[in-house]
Write a protein that binds this ligand. Sequence first.
Ligand code: FMN
Length: 381
Amino acid sequence: MPHKSQFQRDRRESNPAFSSRKLKFGTFQTNLDSGCVMSDLDGRIDITWPNTVALAKLSDEMEFEALVPVARWHGFGGQTNAQGPGFECYTWAAGISGATQKAGIVSTSHITLNHPVMAAKQSAVIDHISNGRYTLNIVCGWNVPEMEMFNMPMLGHQERYDCADEWLQIVRRLWTEDETFDFDGKFYQVKKGYLAPKPVQAPHPAIMNAAGSERGRHFACKNADLAFTVIRNPDPDVNKAHIEAYHTMARDYGREIRVWSLCNIVQGETEKEAREFYDYYVNQKGDFDGAANVITAMNAEVNERNYDPVMMRRMRESFVSSWGGHNIVGTKEQIIDGLKTVSAWGLDGVLLSFPRYEQGLREFRDVTYPLVQQAGLRDFL
Ligand SMILES: Cc1cc2nc3c(=O)[nH]c(=O)nc-3n(C[C@H](O)[C@H](O)[C@H](O)COP(=O)(O)O)c2cc1C
């Protein structure tokens, strides 16, 4: 019997990820110990359920559009074992959906570690709990030691995305097709695939992807509603062109895409105070050994990357300070200028992190957010 989906709603109405706000906001990695810093800093995330919920509730008050957890299975050693303790993404997203009213909720899914039938089913539940606020972030994986923990082979770079193509076809069909179907692919075989109830969002929940490679960008532009990119370049023209290239590629696939990135906010009463704080938690307290372990894993041959030594040194500091995010350091006025700048580059949204996440997000709500609104960055266009 085909399932009747009377409860389904147009996802543009229910999911804040499709909001027309000029600059959308989110949080990143609030399901993991340390959050986005690799530093022995007091006040960084100590991962407990009340602590992660507190962050979600603050974000909910400001109607953030995407609370993005990270799929991580063990930490990075060093002095702090950053991201070791943490909550699994789907179950985290389910709980956070129940604890919030308005924010967009994301689960991040490793393709090879989550069977597509399971991913589609779990996603549908979260979409119901959140009443259509759910986005599925698809990641292909890069961290070989994590895959070894599951005794899963790390697929080659090209194959990873071929696998993701099949994975997503199955998930989409389960979300949208009433009749059962068979799927016979290179990576997956499904017999009489069936899923009910369907997700709340019609035609199906939003899809997010965070890839950096050319193959990954094609996957994102062909399939995703939101693409995440890391901004590492100080040149505004390079950043504008980089973001515009996503739109051009998506249009070549006959689609529209929203481009997001990560911003780490280091705010002080004065610029000097903010810079001194950055120096404190990065240069004095930073876990550079842990960060080196991240870069070694990323640079593995199977990931087809070739970072030169200068790049690796820069990346180490970047992972210590902000897990690769773009740092905005200064007074509240300078933070607003920084957010205006990233918006002018063409970004649709940014995930905001703070070294002391809860304290920073609270201060952002009380002190900075009213200025963000005055600047028109949260206007509906
Ligand atoms: C915003 C963002 C979030 C990501 N989240 C995860 C994650 O939760 N787990 C993970 O293993 N990789 C994550 N990644 C890594 C990417 O999904 C991807 O595996 C990596 O960028 C390598 O892909 P590429 O070789 O196509 O560039 C994330 C990347 C970005 C930029």
